[in-house]
Write a protein that binds this ligand. Sequence first.
Ligand SMILES: [Zn+2]
Length: 361
Amino acid sequence: MKTKIYLIIVLLSIPIVSMANIPIDSTKVTDKKVFTVVLDAGHGGKDSGKYVAQTAEKDIALKVVKLLGKQLESHTEIKVVYTRTTDKFLELYQRADIANNSKADLFVSVHCNAAAATAAKGNETWVLGIHRNADNLEVVQRENSVILLEENYKEKYVGFDPNDPSSFATNLMIQEEYLDNSIEMGTNVQSRFQTQLSRKNRGVKQAGFAVLRLSYMPSVLIETGFLTNEEERTFLRSTSGQKKVANSIYVAVLDYQKNREINLFEVEQVVTSETSTAAAAGNNIVYKVQISASSNKLEAQSYNFKSLPEISREKEGGIYRYFTGNFSSLKEVSELKEKAIAKGYTSAFIVIYEKGERRRL
Ligand SMILES: [Zn+2]
C-alpha cells in the first residue's frame, strides 16, 4: 500500500518537474487573435491624385499612412500590411490583391478631397454601397479615374466604365457581406475626426469605389480633408496635422478591433438564448428579409421602412440590422424580398434562423 502511494506521488511529480524545466513563453499565455489591417496610401507614382498649390494628395496620404502604421505596430496583436511605403504607382486591383492575400480583417484607404468650391471642408468616410447620387458620383469618378492610367484597363476591369460606377457589379455581393462592419469602422473614423480634430463631419457615405469592391473584407476609404480649402490644406501639409489625422484613424481602428473581441462574447450570449427559444418552439426555421444595416437606431415600425410588414431590429456592435417579415416558408419570404427590392431596398437579402443562428441564405 505504501509503495502504491509512493508511486502515485512520484507519477504526479513528473509532469511538475518536467514543466519546471520548460521556459515559460509569455507570448503564449496571452494568445490573442492577430488583427491584420491593410493601410493603403491612395494614388502614388505617376498618379498624384489631387494636386493643389504644390500639394500632392499621394504625398499626404503616404505620410499619414506611415504615421498611422507606426502607432498600430506598437500593438503586438495587430499586424500592419502596407500597399505601398514609397512613391510608386499601384493599380487598384494590386492594392486589393495585397489586402486579399494577407487575409486582412480591415482595409483602410487614405485620401484627400478636392472641390470646385474652396469653402468646402471637413472629412468623410466612404464604404462600398449602391446608394449613389450626383454628389458622390463626382468623388467616385475622381478616385476611380486612376484605372484610366493603367495599361489594358478594359481587359482587367471587364465591363467597368470608370465614369459609371454602377457598371462595375462584380463582387458587389461579396463586399455587401461586410457592409455593416465597414459602416461601423466609418462611423468610428468620423466620430474621432469630429471629437479629436473638431472637423466638420460630412458623414459615412456609400458609393462604388473600385478599390473597395475588389477587397474581400470590411473596407473604408477616408477623405481626410480638402486640399482646395486653404486652411485644411495647410493643416494636412503640416507634420503636426498629419500626426493628428493619423492618431484619429489609429484610435478608430482600435475602437473597431476592440469591438470585434466584445462581439465574439455577445454573439455567444445571443446564440445561447436563441437556442433555447428555438428548442422550445420545436426548432422551427424562420426566414426574414434583411433590408438595411446602419449605425442609426430607428424604431422598428413599418412607417420607417416604406410600409413593409413585421419590422424587426437586431444590434451587433455599433450596427443595427433591420428585417422585414417572419416566415416559415421560403416562397413567402422570397415574395417579400422582391417587394422590398421594388420599394427601393435593392440590396435586400433573405436570412435564415436555424438552431438559434442567423445566416444569409
Ligand atoms: Zn484620392
